[in-house]
Write a protein that binds this ligand. Structure first.
Ligand code: AGP
Length: 574
């Protein structure tokens, strides 16, 4: 949930490169940011509240620098709580991603030992704990190792040691990747910030990396033994991660969807087909995800039940504990996750593995934690998705399952292109909705997940309270909310046209404005967006209309399309 990037260079290099690295990680959290660097044998820090707005002009060159962009968990959004955090001496600085669950006990200990604690963060306590061990004569590497073993929860830490000009990195849960090159060595939360590195080392849970003037070495946190690590050639970082001629990553990623589908057709889903073959042999098939990925799981579940003729369920990763005791060697887990780092998903995987389940996944981010722990992993390869609101990854998640089930996507691609070309059709609807506090999106059967996903897009991007729900549920309570000021979007697929039109009539009878997304304009619709494809394509077409609607409302309300308030792209804290 935070972004970390640092370097140790053989010769002085512009510290502003850390700011540029943080810009590439800002999607991981953007409440505040900070950089610490070594200058004239002193650690110098700058900290700012809010997003990385303009590149600092006064940053010098340095051989050692470390930066952090924060999504606040422990302690409010203040300069004092921004990272880096320091010990009492100012010789140790560190940045952190995660939540230290035994924070109160550690804080009590340190307060009793008269440490000067200047922030409300859990992170700062670690700097003081390391300071104590170094003062007792321990090397900083040993100090970091011992302190880290005391921390409860999922945490990634990078410590800067002024005296020996070193960076020490250690993690459990949250991602850290090392980047190696002749001139400098790097550490970062994801490969996108390791631009100049030529080789990668993936730091695994329970490993501690030391970046020093002698190079990079990795040791085991539990016993201090050195671990030989595989070096991976750095893939060409996709130029796609730049915005190009678009106004936002949201706009870019919505418009890239036809190309994403074309790539999925070409790659022909080799790994997802293996996953489906595995599913046929298993007693239980459980899809797991959060947010948009969970909704993609719901879409896939309906198709898998039809194809496999067996029990298949989709479970929210944060609610996985309910099912753990039912898992065994005959269980197949299919994880859906764009980032591959969502902590609730990683938590579920750990519990499922302990029960002997087979772990498979559909992931977008290469080298991500979920990809590494999966027995089989289908990459979405839809390119970096940097907008916090997921769009192309959702369409890709649906498509990879369709490819595995033998569904042709070519007409879908053409129809998405048509929708993108005719996106101005949503303008009057967006204007109408932008003035509302509430919105209802109704779907049934395969359109229910789309109603849920569309509502999430509207919430994330416009801050309007949008409720996605089953059309059949209206009369069980929600209808009480419908009046003449209500707007209801009704998603109609060929399979349940009559039922959904009945839902439209129910809300219309209470005075609501009805927007239909359907194969044809119906009398009950006040407004209408056309779906033109065959049944297998209706979900994708409907969700693209909803994505465009959310984008337009966001624009009308002058909100940030890529970094909505309070959110981050990768939820790596519980
Ligand atoms: C979707 O627009 C949100 N950004 C969020 O719900 C997201 O889908 C969820 O956090 C899961 O992320 P993941 O796919 O990277 O696991």
């Amino acid at each position: 949930m935070c972004g970390i990037v640092g370097y140790l260079s053989h010769e002085e290099k512009p510290v502003v490169s850390i700011y540029q690295g943080l810009k590439k990680l800002e999607y991981r959290g953007y409440d505040s940011w900070g950089i610490v660097y070594l200058k004239n044998k002193r650690l110098v820090a700058i900290k700012e509240i809010g997003k990385l707005k303009s590149e600092p002009t006064n940053l010098p060159e340095s051989v050692l620098a470390l930066g952090h962009t924060r999504w606040a968990t422990h302690g409010g959004i203040t300069k004092a709580n921004s990272h880096p955090q320091f010990d009492c001496t100012g010789n140790i600085a560190l940045v952190h991603n995660g939540i230290i669950e035994n924070y109160y006990l550690l804080k009590k200990e340190l307060t009793q030992r008269k440490h000067k604690i200047v922030s409300d963060t859990d992170t700062e306590l670690v700097a003081h704990l390391i300071e104590e061990k170094v003062e007792k004569g321990m090397t900083i590497e040993e100090a970091v190792r011992q302190v880290f073993r005391r921390l409860k929860g999922y945490n990634a830490l990078v410590v800067m040691d002024k005296m020996q000009k070193r960076l020490l990195a250690v993690k459990t849960g949250s991602p850290l990747i090392l980047g190696l090159s002749k001139k400098a060595n790097y550490i970062a939360s994801d490969i996108n910030a390791l631009g100049e590195a030529e080789e990668l080392i993936i730091l695994l849970d329970g490993e501690l990396a030391e970046i020093s003037e002698n190079g990079v070495r990795v040791i085991n946190v539990s016993d201090g033994r050195e671990i030989p690590k595989q070096r991976i050639k750095m893939v060409e970082i996709e130029k796609e991660s730049e915005m190009g001629e678009y106004q936002s990553f949201l706009e870019k990623e919505i418009n890239e969807q036809p190309q994403v589908l074309e790539r999925i057709v070409q790659e022909d889903g080799v790994q997802i087909k293996k996953i489906i073959t595995l599913a046929k042999k298993m007693d239980k098939v459980i899809l797991v995800g959060c947010g948009t990925s969970y909704f993609a799981g719901l879409v896939a579940t309906e198709k898998l039940i039809k194809k496999l003729g067996k029990w298949v369920i989709t479970v929210l990763a944060s609610e996985f504990d309910t099912y753990v005791n039912l898992l065994d060697e005959k269980t197949l887990i299919i994880v859906l996750t764009q980032s591959g780092e969502t902590i609730d998903v990683l938590d579920a995987i750990i519990k499922a593995k302990q029960k002997g389940a087979t772990i498979t996944s559909v992931v977008n981010a290469p080298y991500s934690s979920v990809q590494r722990v999966s027995d089989v992993c289908q990459m979405l390869s839809c390119g970096m998705e940097k907008c916090v609101a997921s769009t192309k990854s959702f369409v890709a998640q649906m498509a990879v399952f369709d490819i595995a089930l033998g569904i042709d996507l070519n007409q879908r691609i053409k129809n998405i292109k048509w929708i993108l070309k005719n996106k101005n059709k949503i303008n009057p609807l967006a204007k109408m909705i932008s003035q509302k506090q509430h919105l209802f999106i109704l779907g049934r059967g395969k359109m229910l997940p789309i109603a849920l996903e569309g509502a999430l897009k509207i919430k994330e991007l416009s801050y309007i309270h949008a409720e996605g729900m089953a059309g059949g549920e209206l009369k069980h309570g929600t209808l009480a909310l419908i009046d003449k000021d209500s707007i209801c979007i009704v998603l109609v697929s060929k399979e349940n046209t009559n039922e959904m039109l009945a839902s439209g009539l129910e809300v219309k009878a209470r005075g609501a404005t009805v927007i239909g997304i359907a194969q044809r304009k119906e009398n009950v619709f006040d407004e209408f967006l056309p779906i033109r494809g065959k049944e297998d394509d209706e979900q994708t077409e409907a969700v693209v209309w909803l994505q465009l609607l959310a984008e337009k409302i966001c624009d009308l309300k002058r909100l940030d399309p890529d970094k909505p308030r309070n959110l981050a792209k990768s939820v790596t804290v519980k």
